[in-house]
Design a binder for this molecule. Structure first.
Ligand SMILES: Nc1ncnc2c1ncn2[C@@H]1O[C@H](COP(=O)(O)OP(=O)(O)O)[C@@H](O)[C@H]1O
Ligand SMILES: [Mg+2]
Length: 333
């Protein structure tokens, strides 16, 4: 395990990467813009886990996995990890620098987006996913803060901190917990702790597309628990009720990606991309008319089910056991 790194502005890491600007700080890492002194001062980005975070072995292997997964991928819409010598003590990841801003930044400024822009961005995310899914990599954390918009109109999918490959998924099945992204964008099967695979990413694109088209996430709110569990109880409002200018086809695409049952979603990112590329050919099946809103009644039913499962059932089975035992002892000759 590498020694946690306390990075400072102006510091040069391993004689090569000169840190010039802190550009982001997440819960787990700091993101620095840097100059690569071994490559004509090319701008790069250095991601350094926060000391508190990098001190655990599990967390550390997660960070290394982010780098390994990044190296398996090679696509114009996916952030490139710089190939460096395998130094076991190096506690940072270096990637290309992406000029531009995140989709979250754009949505903070302009939202909803014009339909054509929203569909084009979602189609590019799908194209990146096709490349990843073909290599058994699932992103698991698709959200506007993890999509960068470049000045040339292309996107760059970033942040593979939650991503899993088939191999790491096998580890997770043998005791690990499936990763859960932000509550606004998490898929229903992730909350139920069922390991979804590509269906989770299809849902993730659906949540982003919903937000781009309507200006709000499918299930808004301040309490992450309520926000996350709402998607188990019902469907979001039909996008055209929030933004009437959206086409019926765009609404159909977003609702198909957000189906609660993964089997009813697009079977692949490629299938979703095909619809996003040619929305005029999408048949409108009236998904918007079959939505089930999240009601108080449904919330109550779910709470009642939980009470029955976790309280009444165990108590009832104890009582039955007691009665059987009592009957057995009382009638013993
Ligand atoms: N290669 C990059 N080029 C430019 N900005 C980046 C790059 N990588 C990350 N960022 C910025 O830093 C933020 C956090 O990066 P991210 O990899 O998502 O880290 P975290 O795991 O903390 O979410 C991004 O939302 C983006 O604004
Ligand atoms: Mg991120």
């Amino acid at each position: 395990m590498a020694v946690p790194l306390q990075a400072k502005l102006g510091q040069t890491l391993d004689g090569r990467f000169l840190l010039t600007e802190e550009i982001g700080r997440g819960g787990m890492s700091t993101i620095w813009k840097a100059r690569d002194l071994h490559n004509r001062d090319a701008p790069v980005v250095v991601k350094i886990p926060l000391p508190a975070y990098s001190s655990g072995i599990g967390a550390w292997s997660m960070f290394q996995r982010e780098e390994e997964i990044g190296r398996q991928l090679d696509h114009p819409f996916i952030l490139k990890v710089l190939p460096l010598d395998a130094t076991p003590r190096r506690s940072y990841v270096v990637t290309e620098y992406v000029p531009g801003r995140t989709l979250a930044d754009r949505l903070a400024e302009q939202s909803p987006l014009p339909e054509a822009d929203a569909l084009a961005i979602a189609a590019q995310v799908c194209e990146a996913l096709v490349h990843m899914h073909a290599r058994s990599v699932v992103h698991y954390d698709l959200k506007p803060a993890n999509v960068m918009l470049c000045p040339d109109g292309s996107i760059r999918l970033i942040d593979f901190g939650m991503a899993h490959t088939a191999i790491t998924a096998r580890f997770a099945l043998s005791g690990g917990v499936p990763p859960i992204g932000s509550s606004d964008y998490v898929a229903p099967e992730q909350i139920k702790r069922r390991r979804g695979r590509i269906s989770v990413d299809v849902y993730g694109v659906g949540t982003m597309l919903y937000e781009m088209l309507t200006g709000r996430p499918p299930f808004p709110g301040d309490d992450p628990f309520v926000v996350a569990s709402a998607r188990l109880l019902g469907d979001p409002p039909a996008p055209r009720t929030l933004t009437p200018a959206i086409s019926c086809q765009a609404e159909e695409i977003v609702l198909r990606a957000l189906r609660r049952d993964p089997a009813e979603r697009y079977p692949s990112a490629a299938a979703m991309k095909a619809d996003l590329d040619a929305p005029e050919r999408v048949p409108v099946t009236g998904l918007s008319g079959r939505l089930q809103p999240v009601t108080r009644w449904r919330r109550g039913l779910r709470i009642a089910r939980h009470v029955a499962m976790y309280f009444l059932l165990p108590v009832a089975s104890q009582v039955v056991l007691f009665l059987l035992l009592w009957h057995h002892l009382a009638h013993k000759p």
